[in-house]
Design a protein around this ligand. Structure first.
Ligand SMILES: [Mg+2]
Length: 397
């Protein structure tokens, strides 16, 4: 495809691509803003030490209209994510910018295909560009992003809560109870560090919350097959809705074995980045539930493609996110609002609803109990707080 520059179609097609090119939608500049948002307290998962905050890259696509599209990604640095803030920034400015600037935000599919070609499987860098184009399209047309994703299919989206690894089980149950009283009914507890204690934590939650709550455990790739079987044997009598990614992302055979041996469903998370990963999970019957995340899977459009594939295969969908600012929450929320099929109550708002002490929006996304509402404003319907962007800005190293 050597004649493919700036997305123009080959002349042989007889299509004058520029005929529909909206000059106001032309992207003139990419701005990246690296920030670090602090966690409320210790947040511990199976791998890596306790972290104080999450590294986030906010991307703004400036257009000739003067309207600006907003996207977000994170440098999560755990299984499934190898990018740093500096490498994300370098991919975007060094390899993506020339394939984005000068093109219309409405040519998103062709642009995203070119980005995939430029840097293979760079979902974490593609996500903020994709969502910023979606936001920009909505702002230019004056319609909410969910209308561009299929239209409103539900009034609100119910979301769940994530509970980090805690030594004090009493504190864990108390935290869950207080969120339950707030209206949340879906809980994911992190496990994978000490399987005896993990099993006790899951049991304590089931007993502490009762049948009105849906409880899942997330191993975050922290177990090997032998440990996972020991863990499963300790919790198999509990009414768990799913065990999420107990094994490393590469061990689909192990996940399939667990899925076959135990009644509790397996959920795929870290092992699903691209569509071919999800197809492998489906073929091996390694999971019957899967989780998407805006950054991990390359933005709202790519998550939607995974949802189509997964639902066609009979898998349940768990809409999530890494801890992040509310830009990714908004992207997942608009996608879920436009999804007509069933969705589990996933942790798409894990950042601001739960784990992070700060956000970068001028107005928080509306939430009543566990129900989040996508606004009817144009695009993602959110506005960045400039003062906070400055306050939490970090240098790239
Ligand atoms: Mg997970």
């Amino acid at each position: 495809m050597s004649d493919k520059k700036h997305g123009s179609l080959p002349a042989a097609d007889g299509v004058r691509r520029a005929s529909h090119h909206r000059i106001d939608a032309e992207i003139s500049r990419i701005e990246t803003i690296p920030i670090r948002l602090p966690f409320k307290g210790d947040f511990k998962i199976a791998s890596g030490g306790v972290r104080l905050g999450i590294d986030i890259l906010i991307v703004r696509l400036h257009s000739r209209s003067g309207l600006v599209g907003i996207g977000e990604t994170q440098a999560w640095l755990r299984q499934g994510s190898r990018e740093t803030l500096a490498s994300l920034n370098s991919i975007i400015h060094g390899h993506f910018a020339a394939r984005v600037i000068g093109r219309s935000a409405f040519d998103a599919a062709a642009i995203l295909s070119d980005l995939e070609e430029a840097v293979w499987h760079s979902n974490y860098a593609i996500a903020p560009i994709a969502d910023a184009m979606l936001d920009l399209q909505g702002k230019i047309l004056g319609v909410p992003a969910y209308e561009l994703l299929g239209g409103r299919a539900r009034e609100s989206v119910a979301v769940g809560i994530t509970l980090g690894i805690k030594k004090d089980l009493g504190a864990l149950v108390a935290e869950a109870r207080s969120r339950f009283e707030e209206g949340f009914t879906s809980f994911t507890v992190k496990v994978g560090e000490d399987l005896v204690r993990d099993a006790e934590a899951v049991r304590a939650l089931c007993e502490g919350l009762g049948e009105a709550a849906t409880i899942r455990a997330d191993g975050n790739s922290g177990m090997d097959l032998a440990a996972a079987m020991k863990f499963m044997n300790r919790v198999k009598d509990l009414p768990l809705d799913a065990i999420e990614q107990p094994l490393p992302p590469w061990d689909l055979d192990g996940m399939a074995e667990l899925a076959l041996r135990y009644d509790i469903p397996m959920m795929a998370d870290e092992c699903v980045s691209a569509p071919e990963d999800l197809l492998a999970v489906i073929r091996k019957r390694a999971a019957s539930v899967f989780q998407t995340k805006i950054a991990k899977n390359g933005g709202a459009w790519r998550c939607k493609a995974l949802w189509e594939i997964g639902s066609a295969a009979g898998l349940r969908i768990f809409p999530g996110n890494h801890p992040g600012a509310s830009v990714v929450t908004a992207a997942a929320l608009h996608l879920a609002t436009a999804w007509p099929g069933p969705l589990l109550e996933g942790p798409m708002a894990v950042g601001v609803n739960e784990i992070l002490a700060e956000d970068v929006l001028t107005e928080p996304i509306r939430r009543v109990g566990k129900h989040m509402h996508a606004g009817d404003g144009p695009g993602l319907g959110i506005e960045l707080d400039e003062e906070k962007l400055q306050r939490f800005r970090v240098d790239l190293v």
